[in-house]
Design a protein around this ligand. Structure first.
Ligand code: NAI
Length: 338
């Protein structure tokens, strides 16, 4: 049960799907935080996804400019701009997929949890409207700290009476993308065909690449594993430090976000797609949210595939992530429920 790479790129994966596409459906995708460092390149990639009929861009600033710019690209998705809370409901109404990269990114020296105070309220407020106006949408949360913002979203949906655990995702695709890049660099494998599942959460030690499940199969020495694992866990910080105060990963995250959105759209059309994401899950004992490979379908998560067969080294990492995740989850739940 390994995650299937979406055929290397958003475009090629989508093209394969045209054959099974239901011609009567017109998917709408909304991006909340569309003017930001991630939002803009994410919009650029989504504008080129042939599965999308309507690309709805929402932010608190600069949306008209981003939308005007993207609307001049000769692809079929229609673009609309929505600015500020008064226009949020229109932005998300009727959306099939909602991607949320709204919020502040890290600066050098910060952990993802340091973003909690600003970003928790942003995600809560956005989800309050989504839970009311677009309760059936598949919601993909990029905003950090993902380990806490996903439980925040879940609590908001529960309060609104419209929670469906199959529909809310924390986007961990960048951890998968990075693992696949680093493994193919190290082993000289074809990056577009290398698949590495990453489980756990999306911060520090909770990011757990399952290198033993790399496909096609490659073998690693223990020293290689012990070097590669922390590099994957700290890869975000590598970018934050290289950008030296100008933000965190935006381009690779946009690619990862577009790939995940495309997976959800293909699943909505009836294709069986496997991706890792951080969701409410019983895959690992003692914790209620965990990322593992998931089988996606028309209703979101169809099946949680679990961590599979892991090595003792990987099991130790999973065990160590549980108390850390529980702290992050409790913080998110408390933020909404007091
Ligand atoms: P950015 O600061 O460049 O852009 C954020 C955008 O959100 C801005 O355009 C801002 O106006 C907008 N925004 C702020 N409050 C808003 C609200 N209430 N409603 C709608 N939009 C709002 O930041 P960047 O680099 O795009 O990062 C965004 C988030 O993504 C950060 O929290 C960052 O930590 C996270 N991130 C997550 C990753 C992941 O793997 N899940 C990877 C990289 C970043």
């Amino acid at each position: 049960a390994l995650p299937v790479k979406s055929a290397g790129s958003v475009m090629s994966a989508s093209l394969r799907l045209v054959a099974v596409r239901n011609s009567s459906s017109k998917p709408k995708v909304a991006v909340l935080g569309a003017s930001g460092g991630i939002g803009q390149p994410l919009g650029l990639l989504l504008k080129q996804d042939p599965l999308i009929a309507h690309l709805s861009l929402y932010d608190v600033v600069n949306t008209p400019g981003v939308a005007a710019d993207l609307s001049h690209i000769d692809s079929n998705a229609k673009v609309s701009a929505h600015t500020g809370p008064a226009e949020l409901a229109a932005a998300v109404e009727g959306a099939d997929v909602i991607v949320i990269p709204a919020g502040v990114p890290r600066k050098p020296g910060m952990t993802r949890d340091d973003l909690f105070n600003t970003n928790a309220g942003i995600v809560r407020d956005l989800c309050q409207t989504i839970a009311k106006v677009a309760p059936k949408a598949l919601v993909a949360i990029i905003t950090n700290p993902v380990n806490s913002t996903v439980p925040i979203a879940v609590e908001v949906f529960k309060k609104a009476g419209s929670y469906d655990k199959r529909r809310i995702f924390g986007v961990t695709t960048l951890d998968v993308v990075r693992s696949q890049a680093f493994v193919s660099d190290l082993k000289g494998t074809d990056a577009s065909k290398t698949v590495v599942p990453v489980v756990g959460g999306h911060a520090g030690i909770t990011i757990i690449p399952l290198l033993s499940q790399t496909s096609p199969k490659v073998s690693f020495t223990q020293p290689e594993i012990e070097k590669l694992t922390p590099r994957i866990q700290d890869a975000g910080t590598e970018v934050v430090n290289a950008k030296a105060g100008a933000g965190s990963a935006t381009l690779s995250m946009a690619l990862a976000g577009a790939r995940f959105a495309n997976s959800l759209l293909r699943a909505l059309k009836g294709e069986k797609v496997v991706q890792c994401a951080y969701v409410e899950s019983e895959a690992v004992k003692g914790v209620n949210f965990f990322s593992t490979p998931l089988e996606l379908g028309p209703n979101g998560v169809e099946k949680i595939l679990g961590v599979g067969k892991v090595t003792p080294f990987e099991q130790k990492l999973i065990d160590a992530s549980v108390p850390e995740l529980n702290k992050n989850i409790a913080k998110g739940v408390k933020f909404v429920s007091g």
